[in-house]
Structure formats: C-alpha cells, structure tokens
Design a protein around this ligand. Structure first.
Ligand code: F6R
Length: 613
C-alpha cells in the first residue's frame, strides 16, 4: 500500500511525478504529496485526498525542479490529513522523505528521539524514521547514504524509502525491505516507482530492487549497494508491457474495462500452455517441481481476499482431479499460527500483486522449513514471484481497478491448468474427463465474450432494481461456493452494501434468519451435480419471501421460473463453470456501485496492493 515515485533527470520533475502518482493511486488515495529539489532548496507540497486534490492545491505555482519524489498514501499510522501526508521534512528541513510500509519499532525509536528533544509534526512512523536517519547523520557527521545504512540496521518492519537531501541536488537515495521498488533507466534520467507503470511512457529497461539493497540514483548513474556497503551490479530487465494496458481505453472505469478484457486475458493465461487440439498442457513451472508434487503429502494454498477464493476453488478441483490433500489458508493466519511444515509440502501462493505482505511472509516462513513454493502471480518480477521455486504467471496484464476481476479469472485459468497437468502426471484422471475439461477450458474465452455481449444490458436492469438494498446474501454449492464468496466480496467492496457469501445448504443453520421480502439472495445455480439440491434451497428462500437473483445455465427453465431475476451463462462442465458464473456477479457489483454514485475504481479504505500486515 502507498505508492511511491521518483525522478532524477533533466526534464521538469513535477508533471512526471504527478502522472506517476495517478498511475499508482490504486495503491492508496488518502493523501498525496511531492518533494522537489530546486537546486537550492527542498519544496514539499502535500494534500489530503486524491492526487487531483494535490494538483489543485499546487495549481499556478511555478515549480522548477528536475529532481523529486512523490507519494500517494494508504494511511496506517495517523488519520488521512495534510499533516500526515508524505513527504515529510526532517527536523532541520534539510531532508525530505517518503515511505511505503510500516516501521514496527517506531515507538521505541520515537521515545529515543523525544528524549533528545525531537518533536514531531505528524503521527506517522515515517517521520520518526526520517528523524532517526537525520540524527545519525548529524551525530556521526556522515553522508546521508551512510546514515540510512546505519539506521536501517535498527529498523524492524517493512519499507521502501526515498530521500532527498538539500546538499545533494541531483540525487535520490532509496532503500527497500518488504515493499516493492522498481527503477527505470532512461536517457540520462532515472524513474523510481512502486511498480513499473509510472515509467512505462519513458523506458522499458528496469531494475527490480531487492530487500536490504540501497540505491544511489542520479541522472546518469545508478549505484546499488547492500547494507554492508558492498556494490551490487544492477540486473537490468526488459518490460513486456504497453502503455495502453494501463489506460482506460474508452471505458468509464478501469473495473469495467478489466471485466470486458476477460475473454482476452483468460485466453492469454491459457495461450502457449493449453493445446486444445493435441489435448496437452505445457507448464514448465509444474514440470520443474514435478517430483515434489508427486511426492507431496499435501498442497497448501496461501492467499488473501479474492486470491484466497481462487485458492478455495482450486482445493475442490485439485482434490477431485489429483487426489492430493489440499489445505487453503488465509496467509495472515498461516504465518502466525506456527503451522507444521515439512520438505514434503508444496505451497501454492496465489497473488495478483505478488507483493501482499502476509502472503509473502507466509511463504518465506514455509520456505525456511523446507517447503517448495509454487507462485501463481500476475505482476512479473514481484517479490512473491521471485521468492517462488517455480510458478506460472497469470498474464492478466496490469489490473488497476482496486476490486480484482480479470486477475481472479486468470488465476482460476492457471489453477485449472495446474490441476489438469498434475492429474495427468499422477495418472489420477480418466482420458475422457481430461479431454472434456481441456476442451471446455479452451472454450471459456468465447463463452465469456457471449456473457458480456448478451447479459450486460440484462444485468444493468437487475442492478437498477436492487441498488438500494441494505444487505445481500450470496449462496452456492460445490464448485460454485467460492464464487458465492467472491460475488459477496465484490459487492461489499465497491457498493458498501453488506453482503455475505455462504454455502447454500449451510444457510439453514443461521443466515436464513435474515431472509425477508427485502433481502436479495443471489444463487450461483448453474447446472451441476448439486442442481436439485440448490433448487430446494431456492424454494426455501422463496417460501420466506426473499428475492431470488440467480446465475443459471442457458436452458434452465426450472430456476428461471422460480427466480425473480436471472443472469444466464453458457452450459459447460461443472468443474469449469465457475469461470463463467463469476462474470455476471462482477458486472452486478459494478453497476450497483455505479448506481450508488461511488468511485468503483477506488473504493473507500481499500488499496490494491496490501504491503502491510
Ligand atoms: C478484492 C481484492 C483483494 C485482493 C487481496 C490479495 O477485490 O482485490 O481481496 O485479492 O488483497 O491481493 P493479491 O492477490 O495482490 O495478493
């Protein structure tokens, strides 16, 4: 969470920083700010609210600087306000710093500084770290670089920090541990960012900075060192991403664009991997750890949020097809509960961003205990991808909307491939089922396109009918249960309507008490082995006057007749069906959020990349 940008070069820094912050706003939008080195002084501008509020407050000022840093904040320590916005000045005003992460021992550092007479203008852990660095610099009479190195040895927590020093007009000092930092190499210029999107317009050559590395960045020089002051050769990589991928392309919101991109993104996830004609699956990551997978006592899937829902569905699919025990864990619980891990465990980490702090630490811990890590990650070069022993990228392209849509379906596509591949290697799947599932998987992009083409207007109308509801219940069974959870999560995230996902049969054990004529109940009721059972559950809701909205398979007259509203998807094998049934639920949430006048791309209190625990 929080987005950071930096620029050193010969062009005006301010527009580059503002443009970069807008691209990173998905990481947090509580406040925004920039610090600029004018050659003589450090100027800080910051404002509570989105980047546009910062722009307005700076409008008309003549900002001449070719070096600067910028920050968009997701608040951790201290409420969203101008005062707590980054960048912060050090006590002397000679340093300015931005920070993404959490300094866990900030209270200890703060009390030491308070004893020395320091006072603080903000409530942030970041201002404490900055003054701690400055205190070391003054007391040791050393360079900023040296002071950062010394300070970071005492810091507990996660950080990316970028610092400007009044005495170093052409330099940014940067360091990272646990939060992401990418440096783009331009023509006598360098661009810094939490991800590569702010620099895409200027360069495709980037260096991903690792934990415990410190960068000294000047227009024509990038020096990388470890905390022991030894130089490291920067590893320059080429970005495989186009600028258009991070723009709205005529859609009102990124979320809508990303929902409509899914025929292509699912196709991209399958491309080069699933050969529907030869019925083969090529997944080099699975091949690399095939011996581990064959010998595995169990697979543990760790993830958070929407990615956890993808993991939950994978549990059903892998257990069914591969006959391997699967446990699905919330990364935040798994990392703290001293789980029993051995070198026979394979951990699958599922993450869009590849930077989610809980997932990252969970796999770090498991790796130390000998487990093999398989990463299913969207962002290329991200921390989870780099920590994994093997993996498969999801190829969904940049996901900017805070609520995950195309990344989820890409995760599912890859998880299906993994399950089919492992089942084939293990010999636990009949040829006929393997052929049917791979053929159906290959049809998904076309079927998703059909849903988008035929259902969009219908779903808009359903959304209009229920936009004022106070609560929603989402029910599903079997493979569709994780989709009920995902549908509920999507709705609450972007419409702020309370929504609960539940296994349809479990509803009788409590949630049914909520049902009355005002409660819309969304059933994920595509044709599957539980169909008759879910029809009974629909009857139970109808008997209590609940409003039933159902996702149904084409031609299902039974549920269509029972439900108040239906959203239809093509008929496909029940194991693959969730890839289709989630699409109407994404659209339903989107249109309800829009009808309620909300900023669906940037829902309140959320951030895209949760790099704090
Ligand atoms: C929901 C959503 C979040 C993320 C979660 C994990 O729409 O986006 O629940 O799924 O924060 O993030 P990643 O997948 O980046 O690890």
């Amino acid at each position: 969470m929080c987005g950071i940008v930096g620029y050193v070069g010969s062009n005006l820094a301010y527009p580059i920083l503002i443009d970069g912050l807008k691209k990173l706003e998905y990481r947090g939008y509580d406040s925004a700010g920039v610090a600029l080195h004018t050659g003589e002084s450090l100027e800080v501008y910051k404002k509570e609210g989105k980047v546009s509020a910062l722009e307005e407050s700076v409008y008309g000022k003549n900002i001449q600087a070719t070096v600067g840093i910028g920050h968009t904040r997701w608040a951790t320590h201290g409420e969203p306000s101008d005062r707590n916005a980054h960048p912060h000045y050090s006590r002397s005003g000679n340093l300015a710093m931005i920070h993404n992460g959490i300094i866990e021992n900030y209270a200890q550092l703060k009390s030491e500084l308070v004893q020395k007479g320091y006072t603080f203008k903000s409530d942030t852990d970041s201002e404490v770290l900055l003054n701690f660095i400055e205190d070391i610099k003054i007391n040791n009479d050393c360079s900023l670089e040296e002071a950062v190195r010394v300070a970071l040895k005492r810091v507990v927590g996660a950080y990316v920090i970028l610092l400007l020093d009044k005495d170093l007009p052409d330099t940014i000092i940067a360091a990272r541990k646990g939060s992401p930092l990418v440096i783009g190499i331009g023509d006598r210029a360098h661009y810094l960012g939490s991800d590569a999107s702010p620099m895409l317009a200027y360069t495709k050559e980037v260096v991903y900075i690792n934990d415990y590395e410190l960068a000294i960045v000047r227009p024509d020089e990038l020096i990388l060192k470890n905390l022991g002051n030894e130089r490291i050769t920067p590893f320059v990589q080429k970005l495989d991403m186009e600028l258009a991928a991070i723009e709205k392309g005529g859609f009102d919101h990124f979320m809508l664009k990303e929902i409509f991109e899914q025929p292509q993104t699912i196709f991209d996830s399958l491309r080069g991997r699933l050969d529907a004609v030869q019925q083969t699956i090529t997944l080099s990551g699975v091949e690399k750890i095939a011996d581990k997978l064959l010998a595995a006592d169990r697979i543990i899937i760790v993830a958070c949020g929407t990615s956890w829902h993808a993991g939950l569905l994978a549990e059903y699919v892998i257990e069914e097809l591969c006959r391997i025990n699967v446990e699905v864990e919330y990364a935040s619980e798994f990392r703290y509960r001293n789980p029993i891990i051995t070198d026979k465990d394979v951990i699958i980490a599922v993450s869009q961003s590849g930077e989610t702090a809980d997932t990252l630490v969970a796999i770090e811990n498991a790796k130390k205990q000998g487990a093999t890590i398989f990463g299913i990650v969207n962002v290329v070069g991200s921390s989870i991808a780099r920590l994994s022993d093997a993996g498969a990228y999801t190829h969904a392209g940049p996901e900017i909307g805070v609520a995950s849509t195309k990344a989820f379906t890409a995760q599912l596509a890859v998880l299906y491939l993994v399950a089919l591949k492992v089942a084939r290697i293990k010999g636990t799947i009949e040829d006929t089922l393997y052929d049917r599932l791979s053929a159906d998987l290959a049809k998904v992009p076309e079927y998703v396109q059909q849903i988008l083409d035929k259902q969009d207007m219908i779903i808009r109308a359903v959304a209009a009918k229920y936009s004022d509801a106070r609560d929603f219940l989402y029910l599903g069974r079997g493979y569709n249960f994780p989709i009920a959870l995902e549908g509920a999560l999507k709705l609450k995230e972007i419409s702020y309507i309370h929504a609960e996902g539940y296994p349809a049969a479990e509803m009788k054990h409590g949630p049914i008490a909520l049902v009355d004529e005002n409660l819309p109940v969304v059933f994920v009721a595509t044709k599957d082995s539980y169909h008759e059972k879910i029809v009974s559950n629909i009857q139970e809701i109808k008997a209590r006057k609940g409003k039933v909205i159902a996702v149904v398979s084409e031609g299902d007259s039974v549920v269509t007749d029972l439900a108040d509203d239906v959203m239809t998807v093509p008929q496909i094998h029940e194991i693959i069906a969730p890839l289709l049934s989630v699409i109407p639920l994404q659209l339903l949430s989107y249109y309800i959020g829009v009808n309620r006048g909300l900023d669906v791309d940037k829902p309140r209190n959320l951030a895209k990349s949760v790099t704090v625990e």
